[in-house]
Unconditional design. Structure first.
Length: 87
């Protein structure tokens, strides 16, 4: 199976699992057209923002639940929602 985890997210998930605590990781989830966000919430994604123009949502999810999110067909990719700094 091809991973849908992008960039730093795989590292953040691994760190959370090693630490052994249930830290919720901030993510941006890119969705397929017509995706239903309620299915994301059922697996444990706490949605904090729905982007109207780019078929994405921002939220927080535990490292334990992220694989279930990745398995959903309507999810195209999952990225770590970290701080960005301009140079």
């Amino acid at each position: 199976m091809t991973t849908k985890l992008r960039g730093e997210l795989a590292r953040e998930v691994a760190l959370a699992k090693v630490a052994g605590h249930s830290t919720r990781i901030p993510v941006i989830v890119t969705l397929a057209a017509g995706a239903d966000v309620s299915s994301l919430q059922r697996i444990g994604l706490e949605i904090t923002h729905i982007y109207e123009n780019i078929r994405s949502v921002a939220g927080k999810i535990s490292a334990e639940d992220i694989r279930q999110l990745e398995d959903l067909e309507q999810v195209e990719s999952i990225e770590f929602d970290g701080e960005v700094h301009a140079l």
